[in-house]
Design a protein around this ligand. Sequence first.
Ligand SMILES: Cc1cc2nc3c(=O)[nH]c(=O)nc-3n(C[C@H](O)[C@H](O)[C@H](O)COP(=O)(O)O)c2cc1C
Length: 316
Amino acid sequence: MEEKIKSPWPGPAGLIPVTSGRADDANVINRHYLDHLMVEMRVIDSVEPDLTTEILGRKFSSPIMMPAFSHLNKVGKDGRKPMQAYAKAAKEMNLLNWVGMEPDSEYAAIADVGAPTVRIIKPFADHDIIRKQIAFAEAHGAFAVGIDVDHIAGRDGHFDIVDGQPLATVTSCDLKRYAESTPLPFIAKGVLSVADAVKAKDAGCKAIVVSHHHGRIPFGVPPTFILPDIKRALAGSGVAVFVDCGIDSGYDAYKALALGADAVAVGRGILSPLLKEGKDGVVKKVRRMNEQLKEMMMYTGIADTYSFDPTVIHHS
Ligand SMILES: Cc1cc2nc3c(=O)[nH]c(=O)nc-3n(C[C@H](O)[C@H](O)[C@H](O)COP(=O)(O)O)c2cc1C
């Protein structure tokens, strides 16, 4: 029997994923890996860095993005809407906002906040739902759309069912059809191999998120471990490569960016400030992360977000 793990976050048990601490937990492997990446120092001639960056053709104030969260409005106390709160933080700070599985009405309310927003749709077995949600996102001014292709298996070895909706594999053909069906950039979220990265590129995805979706796959390799291989495989393709999982500080963000990420997304790292203080908590958290990121860039002689260099990173 699976032992119960106490959630550090408020809300109904099971709604917000918790890192178990067990050996098979990819979150644990990821944290260990990130913490064992060391950074050499290149300070002579260093300057104060500029964090502004271009993501899929638009300028943002930082390569740190909001996470593709979902369901959080159900845990918002006193009618608070955490999904809108972090979208407001994105708008205030000029960051790229992401939204995960939300019904159209909730998606519209989040999009109405006015931050450039990526809608990540579940790999529903019913392709009609996917097509309708893509069209709805287009009509509501989405910045990009995509599918979290990694959310297929449930813990029982069958296709997962979320909110009563059966999920299914996204084939290369499906991905191509979805990418071709929309004028928006299409994103495959949950890529953790060169094989899937190349399939996403061949299907016409404009970006991938190298991620194991907070440890969906047991014993999953850390995204930053597989990232350099994926970057090599996609070199010259123009496909943007984003990374998430375990990005909790500007130092974590720096390591992923140095290893080749075009941008990174925070995840559960913003949950506590978000649920406790709403938008202001998220702004504070990301400001601190930006400071840490700039600090590391100064120590390594990286002047801007286009000049990261993987040779500063060493493995202990
Ligand atoms: C409450 C919650 C809801 C999430 N919902 C979605 C979702 O609907 N779609 C999706 O692609 N990812 C979803 N994610 C995963 C995040 O987008 C991201 O991949 C993950 O949290 C990164 O790992 P980290 O939390 O260790 O940073 C969710 C994460 C959390 C914590």
